[in-house]
Design a protein around this ligand. Sequence first.
Ligand code: COA
Length: 356
Amino acid sequence: MQYATITGWGKCVPPATLTNDDLATFIETSDEWIKTRTGISQRHISHVNTSELASVAAKRALAAAGIEGSELDMIIMATATPDTLVPNIASTVQANIGASCAAFDINAACSGFLYGLGLASSQIRSGQSRKVLVIGAERLSFYLDWSRRETAVLFGDGAGAVVVEASDIEGGVLGYELHNDPDGREFLKTGFGTAMDRFEASSLDFYLQFDGQEIFKRAIHGMNNLSTKVLEKCAIDKDDVDLVIPHQANERIIDTLVSRMKVPKEKAFVNIANYGNTSAATIPIAICDALEKGVIKPNQTILSCAFGAGLTSAALLLKWGERVTPIAVSDAELPPCEMTGIELVKRAVDYFTNKQ
Ligand SMILES: CC(C)(COP(=O)(O)OP(=O)(O)OC[C@H]1O[C@@H](n2cnc3c(N)ncnc32)[C@H](O)[C@@H]1OP(=O)(O)O)[C@@H](O)C(=O)NCCC(=O)NCCS
């Protein structure tokens, strides 16, 4: 029997930040409103494309696992913000890390990383693959209408990656549950895609549209439901979960979720203050931060759950291994950024505010 164990992890967050006070210089909002309603203090704005964020995160994850890109059997890239739709950007990462293997993108929105990790574990447990790289990477700043305060304050850019390897030692991914509720497709969407009229200039006015309150309710229900299912499936009591790493969309969603699940708040890892919602990247970034802070300890049982456009939901249970430190550290870095967060979004802010 082969188990699918996380052996490497890496994140890449672009250096420029946009604070709540920065946002308040061009939309009617305040640090106080954003912090109390969402838990967010700042978000990062990328000066490079999604695949570059993903490639640096991937190189760091490979180094942490102590393996080369050439050893991989598969790259699964979870993103809703690829720099190109064709070719997929898993192939761009593949070229950047010198891999020779299967590579593809999946779009399950904010649940994408857990969808990818679940699929990777099944590949490994079936014996089809031995080493799989799973990445969650997003450049959500691309989709935002910066004159709409209800969405402009929520999202950020970033990437995280894990290496999953076959192991004889019992543990790793214990089980997962994936779901989609198509009735909620209209609650969260962008107008970007082949449904656009290519020859109409206004087609370029696409932006992230959503019904925040509806998603808020459905997110709690979806994550609670699948978390309960995966715990039952793995015959693990919720009290035996050491750590919950939830999707970071809103701290109040996390608070309500853990209180419904009757899990103590201290068991939930929350890092939304620094990044906002980076969609498919929130969970791998949180895994990296939890390891850096010493929150993940050897042999812990970890529950992770997510929710996103589709409306997708996912929950995954895993038993961490012995090692909580990287085998090696990569020197991969993004190109330097000379601009501030406000400077990076200025063109988009001017475009959307002048349209009003
Ligand atoms: C978006 C979200 C933070 C809004 O919080 P909320 O408590 O539901 O707030 P409401 O939408 O009820 O708005 C309350 C008031 O604040 C105002 N408001 C909205 N955004 C604001 C902002 N950024 N700054 C200041 N005020 C704001 C509203 O206009 C409203 O004013 P009104 O009472 O005068 O009409 C919350 O619904 C949410 O997090 N939803 C889910 C997040 C999500 O969809 N993530 C992506 C998928 S994973």
